[in-house]
Design a protein around this ligand. Structure first.
Ligand SMILES: [Zn+2]
Length: 145
């Protein structure tokens, strides 16, 4: 693990979710806020933005208010984007993301729509939801023991 919040990192570890190596989480710095501002021009305010191997969280107060479980789910979502950047490379990632972005805009679909949104987002949302489900199951399992 890199510099993830310890509780969220422990939750991910507990469900055997591997956070990618050599990555950075940047929360609330001027640079993170700038990235968030630029993305907001295109879309709804992002909770986090992944560029290459760096995850930017523009709003530190928002991130701090999330429960460790929701932080872990958000980080799992961004981990998928890190892997997409790695697999596709910067040029292909950005090209594909933009192409899908304009498709959703033309079709009047929210970019993060679960079935018809940006394909790279759908993949990340599916993993995020699986992680949230696994963590919730684990949490409720503690009460059954
Ligand atoms: Zn995303």
């Amino acid at each position: 693990m890199t510099n993830l919040p310890p509780t969220a990192a422990a939750l991910l570890e507990a469900i055997a979710f591997t956070w990618p190596a050599n990555t950075r989480l940047v929360v609330g710095t001027p640079r993170a806020r700038l990235v968030g501002f630029l993305m907001r021009l295109w879309d709804a305010p992002p909770a986090a933005v992944t560029l290459g191997r760096t995850v930017f969280v523009p709003d530190a107060a928002y991130f701090a208010r999330l429960s460790p479980l929701e932080q872990a789910a958000l980080l799992a979502h961004e981990a998928v984007h890190i892997e997409q950047w790695r697999q596709l490379g910067a040029r292909r990632f950005v090209w594909r993301y933009l192409r899908e972005y304009f498709r959703t805009r033309l079709e009047g679909i929210p970019t993060h729509h679960l079935q018809r949104g940006i394909d790279l987002e759908r993949e990340a949302i599916a993993v995020e939801n699986r992680v949230r489900l696994a963590l919730n199951r684990q949490k409720s399992g503690e009460f059954l023991v």
